[in-house]
Design a protein. Sequence first.
Length: 558
Amino acid sequence: MPKSPYEFTAGNTPDAPRSDLPDLLTALAADLRRLDYTPDGVARFLGAAASAALNRDQIIPALLAVDRAAWQDEGNAALAAVVRLWLLAEPQAKETLDAALPGIGAKGLLELGLVEPVPASGLLTAKADLRPYGWEPNEDGSGGAELWVASDLAAHQQAGVLRHDHVLGIGQASTTLVQTTVRRHTERALDLGTGCGIQSFHLLHHCEHVTATDISERALAYTRFNILLNAGALSVDPDRLEDRVSLRLGSLLEPVAGEEFGLVVSNPPFVITPRSAGEDAADQFTYRDGGLPGDEIVSSLVRTLPSVLAPAGTAQLLGNWEVMAGMSWQERPQSWAGSDIDAWFIQREQVGPEQYAETWLQDASEGRDRQHYRDAYAAYLADFESRNVEGIGFGMVWLRRPAAPGQAPFTRFEEITYPIEQPIGPHLGAAVERIDWLAAHSVEDTHLLVAEDVTEERHQRPGAEHPGVILLRQGAGLRRTNLLSTELAGFVSACDGDLTAGQIAGALEALLGGGVTSSGTGPEDGFDTGSFRGGLLTDVANLVRDGFLIPALEPGRD
């Protein structure tokens, strides 16, 4: 493939770690591995409570735990120094770092741009956050990884407002997208708005080639550093990075126009931020503000991402959308999804303008100056009021380009605000497979079983002859609850794989109709078998779609 004019290859970007010093990267990785500076190693070192607090950006329990561990055993001194330096942002003496990381030493850390001198103190302090990250292997032992990820220091690690070109580390949104992504093998994948590269790390484990884009040079510099630091774990040859990774500098789809990908993932800068006259990119937090008014960054992506999807290719992203007064939350997203694309939106949360403003002002530490906080808060409220916005939704978006022209697309918009199983990606993938199966098969001719995670609840008033409420509940995946009619509950109870759905429906017709005439109408009660059967099988198809019922193997087939 010809080299793109947007290609980013710089290994020495100002104010970002250097990735053009391979010997130092190799030495750093060896030192960190020897220290067991890994997710499990740090968790054991700090203990469960301090680790949990650190995940909430509360560093005091971790500081106390490190002090205690270092005092109890001198052998903990090296790991304690590294944890203090990068996770707790505590300056360290040059001699301490030389002893803790003998392969690279303090001099090497300075050359890489990971530390900087503290004026008039003789100490070195972290210039970037460098923390362990990883995920567990699959059941067959494949796919796991232990990595180190560099990013800018977070708000709890430094004073003042974050820089506007701040490169975000491992946050809740990025891990949500990791957990949401349906993992499948594809030749070419796109990580749109890569940040420090979290999504690309996962994509490299199941895709042949990953293109990672960002509007920020510093973000791409961090991604390049992280990939080369972890080259072995990511199956990347440092001398032939382009064989598996292409880094592109540019906005939205501009760097990949005319190309197609089997999978696109994006944690875009979707935060809805007040725009002001005359502002430029330097006035925006590039990691979260797309520079467009309202929710136009997400609406633009939903409309344009299909243009870079290969046939049957999918895209998954996170986003915010505005909910106008007097409208349902899904009305705006419904207007974005084209009629020729599969689309599934799941709203996970909705908040009011005040809570939204508080969240993002706190995110960038903008509350440290009282007047600035007041002015910024007022700007948020005025901006939402100008568009009659009463709520802001957050959720997940899944899109797919149909495999063949003319193939009927499906759309689904639902709100799921309760806890779900994580990672949810495998369950979303299974749900799509069920939708595809329903489009190609007749439920009526299918033998069905109740899924193993499904339970039934019945509620009735004391002394009542029959239950007033019958519920099916899922214990896995999206953990849906379905309210059943008596007839549908009877159908589900008969789903043991012996009879087809049509045979079960016929038995219920005979039972409830009390005998059916040749005209298809029951006796005096006016029981309509056609309406009953059609409605029942539609409800059954919905239970199959949502995973309450699953097709059984056909008799005689392995």
